[in-house]
Design a protein around this ligand. Structure first.
Ligand code: HEM
Ligand SMILES: [Cu+2]
Length: 701
């Protein structure tokens, strides 16, 4: 039965009018045509991808090598691919919104409702389906290698997490083709997402995509934390862990505590919408403030969850590309912990203006400002690491430099916003939009892009094209500056956030500058894609099979590129921080004489449970969004059934025989011996086969 009492048909509330493409044919306005084209792009994209896979007969490989794999490395790559696909959509949506702003004086080309869907999908996608999967992907790939582990603790759960994230992303994409997405922003705040205000499919799409992806992230957090606690190589105590692993640990703990409030928020909102509960209504005992409290109890830690791994990446980069040990290792670790804890104490700064009184505001304002202290410590440590280092300005370092300059501006405006009196003036203006893009793009996105450039040769065995990388990085840095710095100005002049149109002509030229910046950002995105393509084309001349192209310092650089399925032929015995760098200095990095004995290695077998979860979660959500109750019921039954069936499988592990490992490892060692070590100056030449010549400038830090 439907909430309004009517009985749903076989296809629930689905009808031809639910499909924007038909609406555009009936009523071809600019707005309808843009909406329909977006839907068409999804359909054409799917057709092309399916066609290509069929043409090249890749289905078998896709299934047996990727979709059913429980290998953390492959799962990591799939996360990153998912994130990049979603990023293409998210960035384009951002650019469309900027175009609407630029031409929006007394009108513009988009309908208000469509603009509202755009900022809601854009925000939702960028946070949940770009930033989160990029992080989950990079961590999945790198973390086990960095701590000397063979896999994450729960490989099958890892696969399920990916499946749930993909299901959420699929739902957002499907909402382009059938029905409409939420208009309630990425936070899904009632009453905009309540039944009375919005009875359509939008908020339901939002609830299910975010709710399901959130469950996946909770499991990811548990997985990473347990992996760090349990799987470190012998000798790697916590304080010998590389900084990236440290930030992952703090991130994982944030995930474990911050994701459940999101689950509760989406679940209670669903109860309001589906079963007429009144958690968040204005009457019958409900209160909307409960929602913002729950949501931001997740939402604020979320932004630190996003940025901490990026901080970890910056730490690794700064030390590797300056050829120095990190300055102030312990202070960096403690600063990370302090940030993780403080991130849970500031969420009320998101509703300073909603009537909680001056004392509460002051407490939360001060708590918010405190976060600037550990962040400052970090920036100081990074600068000190670079001081008198032998810095190489390669692509990752360009991103780092952009980050230093721009993030500082974002941080300062953050401290301004933490002041309730200022917040009263500028909340819900574009000043805020400028601020959070100013921290999230240079902080998170640049960090992750830098990480992709840094670790790519480890993952695929060849380097990314340096020139295209530089051009991409510069487009991002300048594009960002042109797009978002002007928004501070229009914000201070009073232009509200999320407004489809405005009446003050003085905004217009400034917003034109922003639009120009947004086109630069789109060029940056294009260059990233071009960089991948060109690098793939030229891969023969940039191969680094030996695996250490940048004179790396941490364990992941101590093996072949790409790494073998079992990661380490022999688990390392860790004696130092920066163990690999120290081993290289002592001349012990590559076993000599060659190890005598090898052991069998046990790894998880492929399983289809992740993909079953992914499909079941998608159909369950679609059933619920469209009130197709039979579909929802069947899907909901599949999930426990799949788990029960799987629990009867006893044969879930594969053994890789010692002889095979020995053969591969000796072959690689021979390759190391025959490779010529290259200096930093030759790093980007074809001579670099992944064996770095030592020329450390280790300062007495
Ligand atoms: C890369 C180019 C980007 C452009 C051109 C862009 C542009 C925009 C614009 C124009 C808005 C709407 C402002 C308004 O409400 O009037 C917006 C909102 C937003 N953006 Fe972006 N953005 C970009 C990247 C990102 C990234 C990387 C993230 C996060 C990882 C992000 C997260 C958000 C969020 C959370 C919102 C708020 C949505 C809401 O109001 O509910 N954006 N962006
Ligand atoms: Cu916050």
């Amino acid at each position: 039965m439907n909430p309004d009492g009517s009985v749903a048909g076989l296809f629930g509330r689905l009808s031809w009018e639910s499909i924007p493409i038909f609406l555009a044919i009936q009523n071809p306005t600019t707005n309808e045509i843009i909406a329909a084209s977006a839907g068409m792009i999804v359909l054409v994209g799917i057709t092309v991808v399916v066609g290509l896979i069929t043409y090249f007969k890749w289905w078998g490989v896709l299934w047996s090598e990727w979709l059913t794999s429980a290998d953390h490395k492959k799962i990591g790559i799939m996360y990153v691919v998912l994130a990049l696909v979603m990023m293409a959509r998210g960035v384009l949506e951002g650019a469309i919104m900027m175009a609407q702003h630029a031409f929006g004086l007394d009108g513009g080309f988009l309908a208000a409702d469509h603009f509202a869907q755009l900022f809601s999908t854009h925000g939702t996608i960028m946070i949940f389906f770009v930033a989160m999967p990029l992080i989950a992907g990079i961590i999945n790939y790198i973390l086990p290698l960095q701590i000397g582990a063979r896999d994450v603790s729960f490989p099958v759960m890892n696969q399920i997490s990916l499946g749930l994230t993909a299901a959420g992303a699929a739902l957002v994409m499907i909402s382009l083709v059938v029905g409409e997405f939420s208009t309630g922003g990425w936070q899904g705040t009632p009453p905009y997402t309540g039944m009375a205000f919005n009875p359509g499919t939008g908020p339901d799409y939002w609830i299910w995509s975010v709710g399901i992806a959130g469950l996946g992230s909770t499991m990811t957090g548990i997985n990473f934390a347990v992996t760090i606690y349990k799987e470190r190589a012998p000798g790697m105590d916590l304080f010998r862990m590389p900084l990236f692993s440290w930030t992952v640990l703090c991130t994982a703990i944030i995930m474990i505590f911050a994701m459940p409030p999101l689950t509760v928020a989406t679940a209670t909102l669903a109860l309001d919408r589906y079963l007429d509960f009144h958690f968040f209504t204005n009457d019958l005992g409900g209160n909307m403030m409960n929602y913002v409290n729950l949501f931001w109890l997740f939402g604020h830690p979320e932004v630190y969850l996003l940025i901490l791994p990026a901080y970890g990446i910056f730490s690794e980069l700064v030390s590797t590309f300056s050829a120095k040990r990190l300055y102030g290792y312990s202070s960096l670790v403690y600063a990370t912990m302090v940030i993780a804890v403080l991130s849970f104490t500031v969420w009320l700064h998101h509703f300073f203006t909603m009537g909680q009184g001056a004392n509460v505001n002051i407490a939360f304002g001060i708590a918010s400002m405190c976060i600037a202290v550990p962040t400052g410590v970090k920036i100081y440590d990074w600068m000190a690491t670079m001081y008198r280092g032998r810095i190489r300005m390669s692509v990752p370092m360009i991103y780092v430099t952009g980050f230093f300059m721009l993030f500082t501006v974002g941080g300062i405006t953050g401290v301004m916003l933490a002041n309730p009196t200022i917040s009263f003036q500028v909340h819900n203006t574009l000043f805020l939009v400028a601020h959070f893009h100013n921290v999230i793009i240079p902080g998170v996105l640049f960090g992750l892009l830098a990480g992709v450039n840094y670790w790519f040769p480890k993952v695929f065995g060849y380097r990314l094209n340096e020139n295209w990388g530089r051009v991409a990085a510069l487009f991002w840095v300048f594009g960002f500056a042109f797009t978002f710095l002007p928004l501070y100005a229009v914000g201070l002049m009073g232009m509200p956030r999320r407004s489809v149109t405005y009446a003050d002509p003085t905004f217009e030229p400034i917003l034109m500058v922003s639009l120009f910046g947004a086109t630069l950002v789109v060029c940056g995105l294009g260059c990233v894609l071009a960089q991948f393509w060109i690098s793939y084309r030229d891969r023969e001349s940039t191969r680094v099979p030996v695996g250490d192209p940048w004179d790396g310092r941490t364990l992941e650089w101590s093996m072949s590129a790409p790494p073998p399925e079992y990661n380490f032929a022999i688990l390392p015995q860790v004696t130092d921080r920066d163990h690999f760098a120290m081993a290289k200095e002592r001349g012990e990095a590559y076993p000599e004489p060659e190890p005598e004995s090898y052991e069998d290695i046990v790894l998880p077998k492929n399983t289809s449970i992740g993909i079953i979860f992914c499909i079941a979660a998608t159909t369950l959500s679609l059933g619920m969004v469209w009130y197709i109750w039979w579909l929802a019921l069947i899907s909901v039954a599949v999930i426990p059934l799949a788990l029960i069936v799987r629990s009867f499988y006893l044969d879930t592990e594969q053994v890789i025989p010692a002889s095979e490992i020995e053969k591969e490892h000796r072959q690689w060692l021979a390759e190391v011996k025959s490779a010529q070590a290259v200096t930093r100056d030759l790093e980007h030449s074809p001579m670099n086969k992944g064996l770095a010549k030592l020329e450390s400038v280790e300062a007495a830090s």
